[in-house]
Design a protein around this ligand. Sequence first.
Ligand code: FE
Length: 162
Amino acid sequence: MKRISFLLLIGFVMVSCQSMSQSNKKQPNCKIAKVTKTEAEWRKMLTSEQFNVTRKAGTERAFTGEYWDNHAEGTYLCRCCGFELFDSKTKFESGTGWPSFWKPINECSVEVGTDTSYGMVRDEVRCHRCDAHLGHVFNDGPRPTGLRYCMNSASLKFVAKK
Ligand code: FE
């Protein structure tokens, strides 16, 4: 009986955390034609690290990626499908060792869902077009949004402004 109450309590906490985190997000009504490929096709076009991060929701080690310290002006595209995701104007020094932004390039470029892996409830960020895992979004970012999109360099492809 004790065990059942405990499980019910855990379930309740998880559901409330999820609804709490969902209620913070306004999900826009985006109509985007999806890009889909087989696992084998993705593997062919990505390095093993890029595949592991984008298609298997992995995380690169902090301070090891290509872009955490990139200060050039330009646009960050999805590594998998080339969709425009972030503008360098919204990149900031988070000190985390991952490229961090305070907002996506437009409201339909990314999709936010709930990730309950590793015993945490986090808002997972994916490319809206191909569902590539990009990273997570947290509420401790700078103004004006207060958001911190904590991204993996392995999920991004930077194109410098000409
Ligand atoms: Fe994509």
